[in-house]
Ligand binder design. Sequence first.
Ligand code: VGL
Ligand code: ZN
Length: 203
Amino acid sequence: MRALIVVDVQNDFMPGGALPVQHGDEVVAVANRLMPRFDWVVASQDWHPPNHGSFASHHEGRQPGDIIQLAGLRQVLWPVHCVQETWGAAFHHDLNTQAIDKVFPKGEDPRIDSYSTFFDNAHRRSTGLADYLRGQGVDEVYLLGLATDYCVKFSVLDAAEEGFRVAVIEDGCRGIDLKPGDVNRAFQEMREAGARVVASDDV
Ligand code: VGL
Ligand code: ZN
């Protein structure tokens, strides 16, 4: 069985949001079009408390894009985004949420960020996604969403490590490119981890 994992298709990552990804809104139609082709559809939701440690505003003299150590891990600082229960954390209003079987929130612990849909950045706490998918008999996962070079990439790497066959849908992702080339490097890393990079027309 195969599952579609829709990563962080939330207002704050859309143009006009708090942490906008260029053309991020274009992934919504791709997600909606592909959902009916899968046995299972799950979605992740970046879901931060207001005091989350990844927010630059909580670190004196720091700006978004700066890099600090947060509880011993390298942490890029971000604008305040995807705060629990706010509009910015909600799914894009055109996303077909009725087709989503289960939503997996992440990033709830203020002391540690969580890019991957499977684990926090220290790989300490699981979201339960891998067990959920195995429990449904899923052996192959396809990923799309935001952002290519953060949450999509780390989700793809973890999915491969968890033993799923993995494909990332290139035209269903958009990236941040904090450093130019980050998106291309992300696809390269995903390939090296054993993921296939495919087009939505080939799914
Ligand atoms: C993301 C930065 C911070 C993402 C989430 O969804 O890629 N990026 N939080
Ligand atoms: Zn976040």
